[in-house]
Design a protein around this ligand. Sequence first.
Ligand code: FES
Length: 112
Amino acid sequence: MPIIKILPHAEYCPQGAEISASAGTSICEALLENHIAIEHACDMSCACTTCHVIVRAGLASLNPAQEEEEDLLDRAWGLEPNSRLSCQTILAQQDVTVEIPKYSINHAKENH
Ligand code: FES
């Protein structure tokens, strides 16, 4: 099973984490199943952006982003070229490394 390495995030996994998940699982599902409580405000239906992650390794192995995801990503906090919505990002056989951005748009609204 592929490994997802999660870089340290102050709130969700201060030490970072490594989890394994079956190919075909979305990164968001895999994180939640492993008690990394990433936000998923629209219940993984590609309608928010709170599940935004930046893929630091293994991006090419993942399913390409559809137009809907790309459009939504434009609104995500801290967008980078390797950004994906984790609920739309499906693991293949290869290991990946992801970073959960410091804020989501929900945080940004609360704090600013
Ligand atoms: S949970 Fe809303 S877009 Fe992923």
